[in-house]
Design a protein around this ligand. Structure first.
Ligand SMILES: [Zn+2]
Length: 496
């Protein structure tokens, strides 16, 4: 049995200012051919899950292309036509050249937004289909996917992960491999149903560790325990991509039973609709009160406190940093604030140990980032901010921060200045820069939910901060023009 595998993945923030170009993927590396498999072995994620199962079953694997990482990640806006074609055609051409194949596995994201194709994942599958013809094509998706029937029509089976933080990407890849092998052997007839409950929600409310996310995923697991040969999950959708297939999607796969797939998908979809209130809103503190709360906990000995700015999608927002300084916080580490100009200037003109004054943040000049902050401190790190994740999520994956500087501001306060958005997901976000985590009372990071996979275990308190940003908790900040009609809570019908 010969199976080809490829990945083309992007979570696109269409409200962000900068288009996503092919160069953004190439800059952090796009393995092709055999290299796809070699590189994937080192990262506990989708492709490795597929590879491990397939190799155990004696499947011959053909690596095609892996464009799953891009510079700045989801701070990029619409993919340009050149970018989309480069990798969608790259996959299709690679498949054409691959010789005889029995199946194709595509690790996609689902929240990609491309200028030319508003449902890009379906288009990727259609191009792959045109290249290989009528053999099984199976897809895995991120929990933030925005999809509709076009994707399930194009692919033979679609498996959405079940966790946020995303700690089951490896398992989803393994699931796809098991279904693929069963299908090629003629033991499984993948049969899929999709439902759109009509709900979109801000990422910060979508965690699956608690209600309502946990309640919804538990229902999926109940169906899987009750019925044999079923895989069902929900993509909660990505609210910062204004696309015509936006909003949550339930996808159920069964072995040849369309009626069962429909029943399961409808049941889970009804539950998502029922829970739309808590999915779409919850009260979280604004910057000033969130920072005050963090300092209060630290002073009372409830430390470390993790202060998570959820809404900054470009990484350069200064609200939390400014407030920490204004309120006299001590023993804080902030990882990080993006400012490639400040990082480059320090790298060019200074060395570790120099005392400097530098203006940081808000380099994108977007209206939500706040004013730049002038910092005076001693440089304690200067060099590449690239490191490998060591926590439970996507262990081994490279985080690309580019040239990075760290300033010691005194009072055991440390600020990491990276060249791009840095979603701090585990201890390496501090340790890589030589910051002593044990000495910190407050760890200020930029992340919505992923940080919980590591930090929930070590934090005495976690405070989500609703600072101004391009990924707001209140979606009424945006005027949506492409989303499907009637979507809760953004459609005019639901807005007061
Ligand atoms: Zn995601």
């Amino acid at each position: 049995m010969r199976i080809a595998l490829a990945s083309f993945s992007h979570e696109t923030c269409t409200f962000c200012p900068r288009s996503t170009e092919a160069e953004d993927f190439e800059r952090v590396g796009v393995p092709r051919g055999d290299e796809v498999i070699e590189k994937a072995r080192g990262v506990r994620a989708y492709l490795k899950g597929f590879i491990d199962v397939a190799e155990k079953e004696g499947v011959e694997l053909v690596g095609v292309l892996d464009a799953s990482r891009s510079w700045g990640g989801s701070s990029g806006s619409w993919l340009t036509p050149e970018c989309f074609d480069a990798f969608a055609d790259g996959i299709a051409d690679g498949l054409k050249d691959a010789g005889k194949l029995d199946g194709v596995y595509l690790a996609l994201h689902g929240a990609m937004a491309a200028e030319e194709f508003h449902k890009p994942e379906a288009e990727i599958v259609r191009r792959a289909r045109a290249a290989v013809g009528d053999i099984p094509i199976m897809v895995t998706l991120d929990l933030h996917a925005n999809e509709d029937h076009e994707l399930t029509d194009a692919a033979d089976a679609v498996f959405i992960i079940k966790t946020y933080p995303h700690v089951d990407t490896y398992e989803a890849g393994a699931t796809a491999a098991n279904w693929m092998i069963g299908t090629v052997r003629g033991e499984v007839k993948p049969t899929t149903a999709i439902r759109k409950p009509g709900v979109i929600s801000p990422s910060v409310f979508q965690g699956t560790g608690r209600h309502p996310g946990k309640t919804i995923m538990d229902r999926c697991r109940e169906w899987e325990a009750k019925e044999e040969g079923v895989y069902v999950s929900v993509a909660f959708g990505f609210a910062y991509a204004d696309v015509p297939d936006g909003g949550a999607s339930v996808i159920a796969n069964t072995n040849g039973d369309q009626g069962l797939a429909d029943r399961i998908a409808q049941d889970v979809s009804d539950l998502v609709w029922e829970l739309r209130g808590p999915l779409a809103s919850r009260k979280i503190p604004k910057t000033k009160e969130g920072v005050a709360e963090a300092i209060k906990h630290a002073e009372a000995g409830r430390r470390p406190v993790v202060l998570a700015d959820h809404s900054d999608r470009l990484g350069d927002s200064t609200h939390v940093l400014r407030e920490l300084i204004a309120q006299g916080a001590k023993n804080f580490g902030l990882s990080s604030i993006a400012d490639p100009f400040a990082a480059e200037k320090l790298a060019k003109e200074n060395k570790v140990g120099d005392r400097v004054t530098v203006s940081v943040g808000s380099f994108t000049c977007n209206r939500y980032a706040g004013e730049p902050v002038e910092l005076t401190g001693t440089i304690e790190f200067l060099g590449s901010g690239d490191y490998r994740l060591t926590g439970p999520m996507m262990t081994g994956r490279l985080a690309s921060l580019g040239p990075t500087a760290v300033l010691d501001l005194g009072q055991n306060n440390h600020v990491v200045i990276s060249s791009t958005l840095h979603q701090c997901r585990d201890s390496e976000g501090f340790l890589h820069f030589g910051i002593d985590m044990d000495s910190l009372d407050i760890m200020a990071i930029k992340s919505r939910v992923h940080f919980r996979a590591y930090f929930e275990d070590i934090a005495a308190e976690i405070i989500e901060v609703d600072a101004p940003g391009l990924g707001p908790a209140d979606l009424s900040q945006y005027e949506y023009v492409n989303e499907p009609e009637g979507l809760y809570p953004i459609s005019p019908k639901w807005r007061k």
